[in-house]
Design a protein around this ligand. Structure first.
Ligand SMILES: Cc1ncc(COP(=O)(O)O)c(C=O)c1O
Length: 331
């Protein structure tokens, strides 16, 4: 319950598509991912030449830093946040300007805007946010789009997009389209589509020119043929996705309720995990769970003993987790 993976294997039709692709692995994959991109274009309404793919959205996070940052530049990212933000920024020799998320775990748009300087070249924003699950509302995204200066790249990280929409979050693309400066919204097949092991994600960009920049620097054939086939097939398995989203919301609720009863404070989560502020040092609780073979992520949370992020698993995982944490807490 540690890496925000889906607890369920891919749909049978997806596994069959991967097996068919595996039989042709003597050939290089379609570098452009044309079939996948055509289908993504049909579903999102974005032009195919505005869409880019990557070996997980991780590749696109690195690409955003490569495209926008030189030594001495600044990049703004939420803290706590997905570790790749700080890593890519630092690897470019740029300065990582961390902005604390709000108390409810949502990215703080007002503070993000205040952190921007003439040296800022890149801003990372995530919704739902990891590791908190916080979801941006429409007014937040509108404010960001209206006020963020044009001279920088906005990377809008939607790795948990499908969960956010299921929880009632706004569709971001029409809002982002109002931004005058460059932007990319990235979405992943690793989470809701249950393909974390395949490594494939995509980005929708503000213009063909920006998408060309991602295409120019992409490693040759970085998305392999099995991953391409899996992603394309997964898009047709709407029932599988809907079941996972319903299951996730139900088990997220059970986890939050069980943890509340033990004195933990859950943050509102729109992702496939629950994050709670802990009544005792989070690292110690995680250690106690580890001794019972249950892995969760402890991390610091200001002015508290810390926080734990628990990925939603199967029903049985929820039961086992709640029994284990009751025992760890001596309840
Ligand atoms: C906020 C966020 N962005 C991006 C990623 C990267 O996912 P992937 O490279 O598997 O698409 C993750 C994975 O945990 C994440 O939590």
């Amino acid at each position: 319950m540690h890496l925000n993976e889906s607890p369920f294997p891919p749909a049978p039709a997806v596994v069959e598509a991967m097996q068919r692709a595996a039989a042709g692995l003597n050939r290089y994959p379609d570098h452009d991912g044309s079939e996948l991109i055509a289908e993504l274009a049909r579903r999102t309404g974005a032009a195919p030449d505005h869409i880019v793919i990557g070996s997980g959205t991780n590749e696109l996070l690195y690409a955003s830093a490569d495209i926008s940052l030189d030594q001495g530049d600044e990049a703004v990212a939420p803290v706590p946040g997905f570790p790749t933000y700080a890593k890519t920024i630092t690897m470019r020799g740029a300065t990582h300007v961390g902005v604390a998320v709000r108390k409810d775990g949502v990215v703080d748009i007002e503070a993000t805007l205040k952190a921007v300087t003439p040296q800022t070249r890149l801003v990372f924003v995530a919704t739902p946010h990891n590791p908190t699950g916080g979801l941006l509302g429409m007014a937040d995204i509108e404010l960001l789009v209206r006020e963020l200066p044009e001279h920088l790249l906005l990377h809008f990280d939607e790795a948990y997009y499908e969960f956010g929409r299921h929880a009632g979050g706004p569709e971001s693309l029409p809002l982002l389209a109002r931004r005058r400066g460059p932007w990319i919204a990235t979405r992943s097949f690793s989470k809701a589509y249950g393909l974390a092991g395949a490594r494939v994600g995509y980005g929708i960009t503000s213009s063909r020119e920006l998408a060309d920049a991602y295409r120019k620097i992409r490693i040759n054939f970085s998305v392999n043929a099995v991953a391409l086939a899996a992603a394309r097939a997964a898009l047709d398995e709407g029932g599988h996705l809907a079941e996972l989203l319903d299951h996730t919301a139900a088990e997220r609720g059970r986890l939050a309720q069980g943890l509340s009863a033990l004195g933990f404070q859950p943050l509102p989560s729109a992702a496939n995990f629950v994050t709670v502020v802990t009544p005792r040092p989070a690292a110690e609780i995680a250690q106690g769970l580890r001794a019972k073979n249950i892995f969760v992520l402890p991390f610091p949370w200001p002015q508290t003993p810390g926080a734990l992020r628990i990925t939603v698993g199967t029903r049985q995982d929820t039961d086992a987790f709640l029994a284990a944490i009751r025992s760890v807490m001596g309840a």
